[in-house]
Write a protein that binds this ligand. Sequence first.
Ligand code: GLP
Length: 266
Amino acid sequence: MEVVIKENYQEMSKLAASMIAEVVRKKPRAVLGLATGSTPLGTYQELIRMHKEQGLDFSQVVTFNLDEYIGLPPEHDQSYHYFMQENLFKHINIPPGNIHLPPGMDEDLVAACERYEQMIRDAGGIDIQLLGIGANGHIAFNEPGSSLGSRTRVKALDKKTIEDNTRFFEHIDDVPKFAITMGIGTIMDSRRVVMLANKANKAHAIAITVEGPVTALVPATIVQLHPHATIIVDQDAASELKRAYEHTPRDLTEAIAYIRRQKQSS
Ligand code: GLP
């Protein structure tokens, strides 16, 4: 697992966007796994900038979002459908038919979850999955105690998550209590995982995720078992990490460049 500590939110977002852009440039039909929340907003702004200024092309890209609240129609301003439309999709050239979010209004939720899994498989699997992290260590809406092998399904939201989400609604009673979420097993099937965290309120969750034991009580710890996971954090979110991560090479290219520099200087 690669841990990259960036100076600030902007640098964290730029690195995440460049990783996604690299996948899209290499594979125009890339399948992106996307996340909502305040954390990935900067990444989306950077991708929009790359699209507008550098022509980053999303015309063949396919996306699958992690989760959606149950009971909020797509046009509700707190739905994740709306969030994604406003903060990314309407600013880039992705065809609407290539966009997928779990259907939170489908009355046959069990069938809808199975269909979502099938659509991901039919698209060839997720090439790169962007992840945020909840302050309680959840990923998507896989709350503490979620099966580490779970697939897309309905989950009741944790009390802490409902409290955290209250700020977006007029009243706590308006906050959805259920969501459809990709499972932890679904997320782990992605070829690459990029987890982002900024701000001090994520420091504890990040410390446990990176340095604690893998446990269903902190679903994010599962990324330790992913063969290609990168965790990008700002200084505040890194503040409870005990080990030093400054020298982690970002990828193979950097390691090879390092060997070359060493050879030249010897
Ligand atoms: C929600 C989402 C998660 C997200 C989390 C953190 O619970 N379902 O996918 O990671 O919020 O949100 P934020 O980035 O706003 O801290």
